[in-house]
Design a protein around this ligand. Structure first.
Ligand code: AFP
Length: 339
């Protein structure tokens, strides 16, 4: 792309327009972008460096850790803790918030929450994986406590993801639209390629793990049944289905061509609250989706209004095309007719 705008130039422009929380955010996001570039390289070389295996350890989620889960978590921590912008961090891979050593400067104004390698079960398949991050303000003292992290999604000042796919992309929002940047492998910097991404209000494509159909509650069973009835059914149109087994790839598809992504609580997941995590998966992705004109809900309430009760809390997720999300949310209401 001739004269394409780099991430650095874009952020300078955003700062001049008052679209960033403060002047340090340009450096903060450049630091996150660089850590994602390093993660892309680690993932890309996984098979060459013998890091594609699983460890004997489990994370707080009770999930077997991949070697790359730990490697990417370390890269993200090591790189961003030195930026001086953060008071603390929290990761899917760590039970408790990470205390930034004082020598790196831990009196920053922000908290960084992240899933370092979303979709890591895809990594052996050479299928898309990514990093998801969420940034909250921190007004307290240098060592934030757990309660400082438990802020609703509407409190986010920034959210984004890196997608390690056929190209490496960084997609982010600071509340003034959702914008995508592609890594120029030759120049090793990110370039604006998708300005002001938009999710169409209507869609003919749904994403759900159909193997769990027997476990779903009635509203989801009803909606997917209507999608599968096609043009002759109540929705009056045919639907295509996609399932990438990586939320970061599902959400990227919503932002590129629309759709609805559903990971509901079900008979097996209900006690846990669902599959996906609120603080560093559902909330950042909801910010990006809403900024692109979509909606995101648990089925019972708007996602970014959920008041977190714990750092690794799980939630049901319905997000994407606003007309379809509104329809499915309506089926969750007690007044929904049974037809
Ligand atoms: P992993 O990171 O353990 O691969 O899980 C990915 C994920 O949390 C989310 O990114 C996917 O949308 C979802 O799980 C896939 O779940 P299924 O295993 O049911 O496909």
């Amino acid at each position: 792309m001739m004269n394409a705008m780099t991430l650095h130039d874009f952020l300078q422009n955003e700062q001049q327009q008052g679209h960033l929380p403060d002047a340090e955010f340009t450096d903060l996001l450049q630091s996150i972008a660089e850590s994602c570039r390093q993660i892309a390289r680690a993932v890309n070389r996984g098979a060459l460096t013998g890091n594609m295996g699983s460890l004997d350890s489990e994370n707080i989620q009770g999930e077997t850790q991949k070697e790359l889960d730990v490697i990417t978590n370390t890269i993200f921590l090591e790189h961003n803790q030195r930026s001086g912008h953060f008071a603390g961090m929290a990761s899917e891979e760590m039970e408790l918030p990470y205390e930034i050593p004082a020598e790196y400067g831990n009196a920053g104004k922000y908290l960084l929450l992240f899933d370092p390698l979303d979709g890591s079960s895809n990594v052996n398949l050479n299928a898309p994986v990514g990093t998801i991050f969420s940034i909250l303000s921190h007004h307290g003292k240098a060592s934030p406590q757990m309660a400082d992290f438990l802020q609703a999604g509407d409190a986010q000042v920034c959210a984004g993801y890196a997608l390690y796919g056929t190209s490496t992309m960084l997609v982010l929002t600071t509340g003034f639209g959702t914008h995508g940047f592609t890594l120029d492998e030759e120049k090793q910097h990110f370039v604006l390629t998708h300005h002001a991404m938009q999710i169409p209000a209507d869609t003919q494509e749904f994403a759900i793990n159909m193997s769990r159909q027997k476990l779903w509650d009635a509203p989801v069973k009803r909606y997917i049944s209507e999608c599968l009835q096609g043009a002759e059914g109540p929705l009056g149109k045919t639907f295509n289905m996609r399932w990438m087994a990586a939320m970061v790839a599902e959400v990227h598809r919503l932002l590129i061509r629309g759709g609805i992504f559903i990971y509901p609580a079900d008979q097996e997941l209900r006690d846990k609250g669902g599959k996906l995590r609120l603080m560093y998966e559902a909330n950042p992705m909801s910010f990006l989706v809403e900024q692109a004109g979509g909606l995101s809900t648990t089925g019972d309430q708007r996602m970014m209004e959920v008041q977190p009760g714990s750092l690794h809390q799980r939630v049901p997720v319905i997000m994407g095309a606003r007309h379809e999300v509104t329809r499915l949310q309506g089926y969750h209401q007690p007044t929904a007719d049974a037809s």
